[in-house]
Design a protein around this ligand. Structure first.
Ligand code: ZN
Length: 304
């Protein structure tokens, strides 16, 4: 099997194990894009990407894999060639212009829409003023996080979580971010990737269901507020999630690799054996590769 194109994040799906809707087996599709300009032998310009999918990529676990970076990167937003990738896949223009590349996306408490300074107010309204979930997940250990994913499982899988439970929902990203910041005094809000890719954390060590009621009460008692467009302090609204059961994830992994991350290099192909897939990481015998880092990079892929 051979493919050539510009990398995208892995596609995800899941099926329930043992007919238990809370215990899920994760499946991955390998995704990349092509561009009509190059396919027609023309020079790359700003253009639309044509999506390509290699379904059920987990079927190649235990096979030899070769990945080679061509040295070319095309912006995942506008398709323009870019020498450097900013914020995982953007050209410099898209990096400084798009709201989704603003600092407040990584640090939602710094949302500045109410100050009238959102880079793209319409994008902000469509994305940041939608229902957001605050959740507990077990990635390299228990953590807290937020997402606007309607199917929250997508977020948990992207992070390589083996367990997840939704705590509360809010009406905006900023409110979810303020709650996350408050909860981060009790639990980390980050994943240690080295631990996540080399082992599964102990499951059930912290009883998420019990913690959920404790955390929800703590959030309610904290009376968290934020400043509105008139400079007035307003209460943060939360809705307790109805989830009562922890969702557990099983990843397609034959064995765990060393905690070594590949640096892609156009001079040198990565040749190894595919041991598994977790989060957005390919687990290879000699190290791991975080595909999210390389979105927009042109790769040659071969399964041998
Ligand atoms: Zn761009």
């Amino acid at each position: 099997m051979k493919a050539k194109g510009y990398l995208r994040m892995l596609g995800k799906s899941w099926t329930s194990l043992d007919k238990d809707p809370s215990h899920l087996q994760v499946h991955y599709d390998f995704k990349y894009v092509e561009y009509a300009d190059e396919l027609n032998g023309n020079k790359p310009v700003k253009s639309e990407a044509i999506e390509q999918v290699i379904p059920n990529f987990s079927q190649f676990i235990s096979k030899g894999i070769e990945l080679k970076f061509s040295g070319r990167i095309r912006c995942i937003h506008c398709g323009k060639l870019t020498k450097k990738s900013f914020n995982q896949g953007s050209c410099y223009n898209c990096f400084v212009q798009l709201a989704q590349n603003d600092l407040c996306i990584m640090s939602p408490t710094r949302c500045h829409y109410h100050l009238g300074t959102c880079r793209e107010p319409k994008w902000g309204e469509d994305n940041c003023f939608k229902k957001h979930s605050v959740y507990l997940a077990n990635t390299s250990g228990p953590k807290v996080g937020i997402t606007k994913e309607k199917k929250i499982e997508n977020r948990w899988i992207d992070q390589g979580a083996v367990e997840g439970l939704e705590l509360v929902t809010t009406n905006s990203r900023r409110e979810a971010g303020i709650i996350e910041a408050y909860l981060s005094q009790f639990l980390p809000d980050r994943t240690t990737w080295q631990r996540m890719v080399t082992s599964n954390p102990i499951q059930g060590e912290i009883d998420f269901v019990k913690e959920k009621s404790k955390f929800v009460r703590a959030i309610e008692n904290a009376n968290l507020t934020m400043e509105n467009e008139k400079g007035k302090s307003t209460a943060i609204e939360i809705k307790e999630s109805s989830s009562k059961q922890v969702t557990k994830f099983n990843y397609p992994i034959e064995a765990f690799p060393k905690a070594k991350s590949y640096k892609v290099d156009p001079e040198q192909a990565i040749k190894s054996k595919l041991l598994g897939i977790k989060g957005q990481y390919l687990l290879l015998q000699d190290g791991v590769i975080n595909l999210r880092t390389y979105e927009g990079y042109e790769f040659y892929l071969a399964i041998v």
